[in-house]
Each structure stands twice: as C-alpha cells, then as structure tokens.
Design a protein around this ligand. Structure first.
Ligand code: 13P
Length: 346
C-alpha cells in the first residue's frame, strides 16, 4: 500500500466533489501551437504563457473546477507579475495536475494504431512534480476504431502502460487519471463504440489489478459511448447516456471514486447535454461520481474570442467561466439547454 494512501484517497474525492469537475489545459506545445496557428496567434512560449494565465486567473473558476491539468512547460511558468502558476492555483483552491505521458506514438507492427510512451524516468519526474505541488497526474492512451482495429496488441499494450503509470503515480503521491480514449473519428456505429469501449475498459481494469493499483485512489477518464463523427445515424442524447452508463457499470468497480469524461471533439452543447442526461437519468444507479475533465468543451469558445488580443482577456474569461459553470450544472443533472441563452456572471 502506498505511504500516501490516505492523502491519495482524499485528493481523489476532492477532484470529483459534488458540482466540480476537472479542467484539462495540458495541451503539449505541439497541440497548443496547432490551435493557436488556426487562429493566427503567434506560436511562442510567451503567448502560451499569456493564454494559460488567462485561464488560471479566471474569476470564480474554482466554483466549478476542482483541479486543472497542466503541461510541463506550464507548471514552471508564472503570471506576468511574477506569481508562479502553482501559487495562483493554491490560492484559488484548485488542485494542481500534470500530464506525464510523452505522447501517443506509432505502435510497431500495428498500422494505424498508437501506443502511449513515457514510462522511462517517470518515477523521478513524479517526485519532481510532487515537490512542485502537483497532487494528480494524467496519462492518455488512444484507441482508434477502423477496419480490423483496434487489435488486441494495441489494447493490451496501452492498458499495460496505463497501469504501470498509475502504480508509479500512487507510489509517488499523485492520484492517477487513467485515460483510455476511444476516438470519435470514423463512421462506426454506436454499437461498435460500445463494443470497443467495453473491450478497452476490460483490458484496462485487468491490467490495473495486475499492477496492484489501488482503485479507490484513482480517477477514470473515459470517452463516452457515442456514434462515430462520420456515422450517417447519430445516436440521441438519451441513447449516448444509456449506453455509456451501461458500459461503465459493467466495467468500473464501485470502489473507483469518480469518472471524469473527456469531450473528445463533441460540441460544447453535446458535451454538457450528454453529461447531464447521465446524471439526471442514472445518477442514483452509479456508485461513483460522474463528472467532466474537458479541454476543448470548456476552453475553445474562450480561445476563439481571445485569439491573441489581450484587450479581450476579461471577456474570454467570462466565456470560460460560463462553460465551466454549465458543465458543473450538468455534473449535478441540473443543466438545461435554455441555460445556453441565459447570462451567467461571476
Ligand atoms: P478534450 O476534452 O478536448 O477531448 O480533451 C480532454 C483531454 O484531456 C484529452 O487528453
């Protein structure tokens, strides 16, 4: 058992406290630059720093956000006035999270499939991040649906990596967010999404047990069971909620404190509506908290508005706050589409 067991349990509970979710802002420099370039924002360290300061200094953010996941560059940065971001977060009561994987790379022998890397030197990096104030971590595995894929090779390699990462995190005092993402990309049906998500979660929980990961000291970050983006028939919000909860209930032990979904390219409104339906219709059947750990579905509107123009920081922060609050409502089953039209202010 980890010497940090009690602390890890308390952190995991705090991450999924009622009405709270997690803000993913751990885009690698490559991904962040791609999003900046699409809006004509210079892809410099200073612009990335300014954008991350915009997010972390959003007034009222902690009303909806329990913790934020940072990238290695970001955890070392400070506000323009010289306050370390880690201090800003501590002062706001927002837990510090850190992405520790080093990315999804081509999986040898398996065309069109990826395996996530980052185990080399991970124990030492975890120790450094803990010293810097981090209390949880993230590792994202990517599963692609296509002709004859995912392969068993891909599912097992990714599940093994997630479990080895999670065990190292718990040894070093960080709550692992275990993120197996089944991509929305493709023309697959809702039923195929269910089958692949089911197989993925089976592999992940088998490996977590093999690696002796304490299930009450982790958070699962799955994708929803959803129609492929190019599927001609798009499942309804009710169907997504029903199939997702069914898949999770048959795979995720009750001991896991919380499930925090990624948004995976869903629209803002769909990401909120799906999460809301799960909580409104099935909340009383779920042994774990069901909430969000969104990046794009919280950030994108604010990023589009700011677009590198610092005179728009205040307005962009209000847009960010708004999406965080709407998803907080959804995590309690209290979101309504009409709320999209209502003013929301701090
Ligand atoms: P999205 O919500 O944009 O899918 O990102 C979540 C995340 O952290 C992916 O690893």
């Amino acid at each position: 058992m980890s010497t940090y067991a009690n602390e890890l349990r308390a952190t995991a509970q705090a991450m999924v406290a009622p009405g709270k979710g997690i803000l993913a802002m751990d885009e690698s420099n490559g991904t962040c630059n791609k999003r900046f370039a699409a809006l004509g924002i210079p892809t410099t360290e200073e612009r990335r720093r300014t954008y991350r300061e915009l997010i972390l200094t959003t007034p009222g953010l902690s009303e909806a956000i329990s913790g934020a996941i940072l990238y290695d560059e970001t955890i070392r940065q400070s506000t323009q006035s010289g306050v370390p971001f880690t201090q800003v977060m501590k002062d706001a009561g927002i837990l510090i999270g850190i992405k520790v994987d080093t990315g999804a790379k081509d999986l040898a022998g398996c065309p069109n499939e990826k395996v996530t890397e980052g185990l080399d030197g991970l124990r030492d990096r975890i120790a450094e991040y803990y010293q810097m104030g981090a209390r949880f971590a993230k590792w994202r595995a990517v599963i692609t649906i296509g002709d004859d894929i995912p392969s068993l090779t891909c599912l097992e390699a990714n599940a093994h990596g997630l479990a080895r990462y999670a065990a190292l995190c718990q040894e070093g005092g960080l709550v692992p967010i275990v993120e197996p993402e089944v991509l929305i990309t493709g023309d697959h049906s809702l039923e195929t999404s269910y089958a692949v998500t089911d197989q993925t979660l089976q592999a992940v929980f088998h490996q977590l047990r093999l690696q002796q990961v304490a299930l009450d000291q982790m958070i699962l970050k799955p994708s929803m069971v959803i129609s492929g983006a190019d599927c001609a028939t798009q499942a309804s919000v009710e169907q997504v909620a029903e199939m997702t909860i069914r898949c999770l209930r048959s795979n995720v032990p009750a001991m896991v404190p919380g499930i925090a979904f990624l948004s995976g390219g869903q629209s803002n409104e769909k990401a909120s509506a799906h999460l809301n339906r799960m909580n409104a219709d099935y909340g009383d059947q779920c042994p774990w908290r069901v909430t969000f750990s969104y990046a794009r579905a919280i950030q994108q509107t604010a990023l589009n508005h700011w677009a590198g123009d610092d005179s728009k920081i205040g307005a962009a922060q209000q847009l960010l706050y708004r999406r965080a609050k709407l998803n907080s409502a959804a995590s309690m089953g209290q979101y309504k589409p009409e709320m999209e039209q209502e003013p929301i202010r701090v």
